[in-house]
Design a protein around this ligand. Structure first.
Ligand code: PEP
Ligand code: MG
Length: 671
């Protein structure tokens, strides 16, 4: 009974809770115990025990793969007391038993139509199978096995698609740690797995030192309290990013995911020294230039160099993903803000851009000071002057993106900068900006203090900015239309710009900003003598907008669900700070998973579903999509399929995941 209870007890140990969260397994499932009579593999040289797979779990190569020990019990294999022999050795020791083993293994694979992981014991020449299950495998092996089983005529395309875990595809697109080096490494800390992949490099604490180190040819890990737009070049130079604060949808996480750079966020145990030259974690001090390693897929932090291996995309990938595209009914778009990200996402199969965050276009060093000048401008004239300098950058990027898209759709969102992400905070930055603007430090400091908000995420952002400063919306609409018309004329692509107004909660906000946009678009079209069509829509990311969706849909040609903000405002959890206490919620079984990573279907999802129904009531032709981070999460994608969204949009590196998850959703729900 103690053994039985130990198994049941294991369901709620910390590791099991973490494992379930990583693999989307509900705690309510519970576990089971099998009681079997014992057989003995340690009865002499006619006995033995082993573990074997029907195919190689690392590469997927067909053929029995495994280990066995003569005259031993399972524990001897597992505990590493003796070194096991390859399974083929059994053929020499007991040829009859080996033959029987191979026959049964093949039958099991045939029956389960999947690679099997089997445990067996031989007691005095009699073979016993203790257990069989579908074997765990690397992403490469998963694809090869699925494609091989189709080619062997054992399963069809849909069965193959259901065999591969979409999240596993990450392994194919990002570097991973070398298995042996990882096994020898010590974990010093763990936090949110904000952006996948493995990274190893020397620690730097500022964007500038990171950039310099990269120039010297070093691999860099950027460690920051949190990141802000001015860190963008440092983030770009880094192999990996570690932040003390932040959640799954705060700046570092969103930007790193877009870049495909490994990131761990919200590690409060990391204590950075005041001089930004060292940090301590788990009792060890790491100084600038020391090696550390991050696993952005598990959230584990190592204070040493660990060998990484580059991803390899085999020939099976394209074939397999092609099957997914045939089955899925939802489109997959990407969140991208630059021509480079757009090109990358299209390579991964994106069918358009679901969210271009225009404020992200101004993160770079040369652009951010113009953006800041625009934000701190005291008069319309000053603001227009700063905008005039920003618009050429923006138009250049739009042109590059329209060109890369070759007629695929793009939703461009008007500026939505939470001000705290853009305001200069350090005195040195304020001084520098004051000089550039030709005003005094005191003047600028006063403006910055005036703009300070206690709750910037609920502050003067989104369409509220365009209500106060309609000239911003007008300038952006002009840039979008002009670049679209130019590329259409130059390349002949069929472009229909989609202009999106963010953070709407009241129909009159939308009507007001939409008029500014439409008036500008019409003027641009007239001046260019163009007949180009365009669409104006909105984000649904405030609970009130979901409640009022029927009214809002009368003025919107599309809705895009911003589930990052919708989650933040529905739970009342700050997306930047919730990471700090969510762990207690998992430990106490109050929440099973991070609602910023996996959509809370019963609460936030209810608002999304209701908004779809209401929106279609008053506007049956309305296009519906999602662009929050949940658009790249398989379980959330399944929900999106069920409620009938037209598309999901996610960061470029998650596009293959979304394609497969959308295919699986279509198959599962058809059944
Ligand atoms: C959202 O809120 O879900 C969204 C996509 O917008 P952002 O993350 O830029 O606030
Ligand atoms: Mg938002």
């Amino acid at each position: 009974m103690a053994a039985v209870q130990a198994v049941f007890g294991s369901w709620d140990n910390e590791r099991a809770v973490i494992y379930r969260r990583m693999n989307d397994i509900p705690g309510s499932w519970g576990t089971a115990v099998n009681v079997q009579s014992m057989v003995f593999g340690n009865m002499g040289d006619t006995s033995g025990t082993g573990v074997a797979f029907t195919r190689d779990p690392s590469t997927g190569e067909p053929g029995i793969y495994g280990e066995y020990l003569l005259n031993a019990q399972g524990e001897d294999v597992v505990a590493g007391i003796r070194t096991p022999e390859p399974i083929t050795r059994l053929e020499k020791d007991m040829p009859e038993v080996y033959k029987q083993f191979i026959t049964i293994a093949n039958n099991l694979e045939d029956h389960y139509k999947d690679m099997q992981d089997m445990e067996f014991t031989i007691e005095d020449k009699k073979l016993y199978f203790l257990q069989t299950r579908n074997g765990k495998r690397t992403a490469q092996a998963a694809l090869k096995i699925a494609v091989d089983l189709v080619n062997e005529g054992r399963i069809n395309h849909e069965q193959a698609l259901m065999m591969v875990d979409p999240k596993q595809l990450d392994q194919l697109l990002h570097p991973m740690f070398d298995v042996d080096s990882l096994a020898a490494a010590k974990v010093y800390g763990e936090a949110l797995p904000a952006s996948p992949g493995a990274a190893t490099g020397k620690v730097y604490f500022t964007a500038d030192t990171a950039v310099e180190a990269k120039k010297r040819g070093e691999a860099v890990i950027l460690v920051r309290l949190e990141t802000s737009p001015e860190d963008i070049e440092g983030m770009d130079a880094a192999q990996g990013i570690l932040t003390v604060r932040g959640g799954m949808t705060s700046h570092a996480a969103v930007v790193a995911r877009g870049m495909g750079t490994c990131c761990i966020s919200g590690c409060a145990e990391v204590k950075i020294a005041a001089d930004e030259k060292s940090f301590t974690l788990g009792g060890k001090t790491t100084v600038e230039g020391d090696y550390i390693s991050l696993d952005g897929s598990t959230g584990k932090i190592y204070l040493e160099q660990i060998k990484t291996v580059d991803p390899e995309i085999g020939g099976e990938f394209e074939e397999f993903m092609g099957w997914a595209d045939e089955v899925r009914t939802m489109k997959v778009r990407t969140n991208a803000d630059s021509p480079k990200d757009t090109i990358n996402a299209i390579k991964f199969g994106a069918e358009g851009i679901g969210l271009c965050r225009t404020e992200h276009m101004f993160f770079e060093e040369a652009r951010i000071s113009k953006m800041r000048q625009m934000i701190v401008a005291n008069t319309v004239e000053e603001r227009v002057a700063a905008l005039n300098e920003l618009i050429p950058y923006q138009k250049g990027d739009f042109r590059g993106m329209y060109e890369a898209l070759e007629g695929k759709p793009m939703t461009v969102r008007l500026l939505d900068p939470p001000l705290h992400e853009f305001l200069p905070h350090a005195d040195a930055d304020i001084k520098e900006l004051a000089v550039e603007m030709g005003i005094t430090y005191e003047e600028l400091k006063a403006t910055v203090e005036n703009l300070h908000e206690f709750n910037p995420m609920l502050g003067h952002r989104g369409c509220r900015l365009a209500v106060t400063y309609p000239e911003i919306a007008a300038m952006q609409a002009r840039a979008i239309m002009e670049s679209a018309i130019e590329i259409r004329n130059e390349k002949g692509f069929d472009i229909v710009p989609e202009i999106m107004i963010p953070l709407v909660s009241e129909i009159k906000e939308l009507v007001y900003v939409k008029k500014v946009v439409v008036d500008t678009c019409e003027a641009v079209l007239k001046a260019a003598g163009s007949d180009m069509k365009y669409m104006v829509g909105t984000m649904i990311e405030i609970p009130r907008a979901a409640l009022m969706a029927d009214v809002i849909a009368t003025e919107a040609e599309f809705f895009s669900f911003g589930t990052n903000d919708l989650t933040q405002m529905t739970f009342g959890f700050s997306r930047d700070d919730a990471g700090a206490f969510l762990d207690d919620y998992y430990k106490k079984s109050i929440l099973e998973s991070d609602p910023f990573a996996r959509l809370d279907q019963s609460g936030v999802g209810q608002l999304v579903e209701m908004a779809c129904v209401k929106g279609r009531q008053t506007n049956p032709k309305i296009k519906l999509g999602i662009c929050g981070e949940h658009g790249g999460d398989p379980s959330s994608i399944e929900f999106c399929h069920r409620i009938g969204l037209d598309y999901v949009s996610c960061s470029p590196f998650r596009v293959p995941i979304a394609r497969l998850a959308a295919a699986q959703a279509a198959i599962t729900n058809r059944k």
